[in-house]
Design a protein around this ligand. Structure first.
Ligand SMILES: NCCC[C@H](NC(=O)CCC(=O)O)C(=O)O
Length: 441
């Protein structure tokens, strides 16, 4: 059956700021306390969505979450009116206010892991919400992510949505950022590769930075998503590169159909893994970038692997890259050599995503890929699909509600809380989502 890869991009929230919350994510640490521009951030994301929709790709949007997360502050013992809760945490524990105000749900590659219906035992599309257990500011995303996904994929006949795994380190799960699907046409059964950073009790693990994803979590997600066990591969990320800032696999590898574009040092036993893929994926085409051309450090600062690898009408592929890859002479030189060589990549498309990049989120982090066939696509809430009208409506909405400057100190402003709720209330009407936020219940 005819099927497409639909890219669902996260819309940046009103409280987007730089708080250095993600140890092991070097961009997050480096930009701590810099001034952010939430309005620009949201518009940079919308421009990418619109450009890809205009180029003929199927594109949709996932809304931001309610921030600051007042119910979470109440769970931590702050009391009084909502405004008083925010005021107290701002004076007593400002870093905690940052954490509960983070707009991190924008990186929807970490929202869930998706299994297309062609791969599942019951013929439905499955999505398992990620628990994002390794970081407090991200672990709190799961309940609203689930509500939002149910509002976007409401029909249980086509879609199975699963709650996040238990919130413990043993089941740390970071969603689609550690998942790749290989195959031919999107509607045909594929091979799913689940990438993990450590195994509970295992010896091979990074020394400096955390490995966020466990093998145990990946196995559970594969079960929940009912992926045919014949179509699953588990692969370990190279712990040495996690220690160099590769906190998710999508910082060092990206795949599309038969192609894997990755760094030479991305995986443990990479040679054996590539042979296994070659045996299982018809026409498997690895494009391994040698360390002599691009170091892991340069991969981390430029995010060339955090690109989207998209199929074009003629069967060739386009890499959607962040501007940082173009500004780096060595990396840009390598990418242009790649174009000249005999491989499926025939175009480079560059976007300015500086606001998101400064927190460690490139083009691939901002999107969740959902392969859908015709009836499944027809069952998606149509109001989230990107088109000219939605683009204009969302830009106007951003202009109306978003600030163009935000620091940690601004999070204490009770007006920000009110602005956020008013904006999200309006957004749920635009996207016909119903009541998905705690403040709406
Ligand atoms: N896939 C990209 C995720 C980036 C995200 N950054 C952050 O949460 C940084 C937030 C801050 O430091 O303000 C993370 O590390 O999970």
């Amino acid at each position: 059956m005819n099927a497409w890869e639909v890219n669902f991009d996260g819309l940046v929230g009103l409280t987007h700021h730089y708080a250095g919350l993600s140890f092991g994510n070097e961009a997050s640490t480096k930009h701590r306390f810099q001034v952010s521009n939430p309005q620009l951030a949201a518009k940079q994301g919308l421009l990418k969505m619109k450009a890809l929709a205009d180029a003929g790709y199927k594109q949709a949007v996932i809304p931001p979450q309610e921030r600051p997360n007042v119910p979470l502050l109440r769970q931590l013992g702050f009391c009084g009116s909502d405004e008083q809760v925010v005021e107290k945490v701002a004076t007593q524990a400002p870093q905690l206010l940052s954490a509960v105000s983070s707009a991190s749900s924008m990186w929807v590659a970490n929202a869930a892991t998706v299994a297309p219906s062609a791969d599942t035992l019951d013929g439905r599309v499955h999505l398992t919400v990620a628990n994002l257990n390794n970081k407090f500011h991200r672990a709190s995303e799961a309940p609203t992510t689930e509500a939002v996904l149910r509002a976007i994929f409401p029909d249980e006949h086509y879609f199975g949505i699963h709650s996040a795994l238990p919130q413990v380190a043993m089941f740390g799960d970071e969603g689609a950022a550690n998942h790749n699907r290989f195959g031919g046409a999107y509607g045909q059964p594929g091979v799913q590769m689940f990438v993990y950073g450590r195994e509970e009790g295992g010896e091979q693990r990074p020394a400096r930075y955390p490995a966020r994803q466990t093998l145990e979590a990946s196995q559970a997600v594969a079960r929940l998503n009912r992926v045919n066990p014949q179509q699953v591969i588990f692969a370990q990320q190279n712990p040495d590169v996690i220690d160099k800032g590769v906190f998710h696999n999508d910082v060092i590898a990206v795949s599309n159909r038969q192609v894997l574009f990755c760094h030479q040092q991305a995986f443990v036993d990479q040679g054996a893994l590539l042979s296994q893929l070659a045996a299982r994926v018809p026409g498997f085409t690895p494009i391994e970038v040698p360390a002599s051309r691009v170091s892991v450090e340069d991969a981390v600062t430029t995010y060339l692997f955090n690109s989207q690898l998209l199929s074009k009408a003629d069967g060739s592929m386009m890499l959607v890259l962040p501007k940082e890859s173009q500004s780096h002479e060595g990396v840009w030189g390598y990418l242009n050599d790649l174009l000249a060589q005999d491989n499926p990549i025939s175009e480079l498309k560059v976007f300015d995503l500086r606001e998101s990049m400064a927190n460690g989120g490139g083009p691939a982090c901002l999107r969740l890929r959902v392969v859908l066939n015709e009836p499944e696509l027809a069952a998606v809430n149509p109001a989230v699909l990107m088109n000219e009208t939605l683009f204009i409506t969302l830009n106007d909405w951003v202009d109306r509600y978003y600030r163009d400057r935000l620091t940690q100190a601004d999070l204490a402003d009770p007006q920000l809380l009110r602005e956020g709720r008013e904006a999200l209330d309006r957004l749920t009407q635009i996207l016909t989502l119903g009541s998905v936020y705690p403040f709406q219940r």
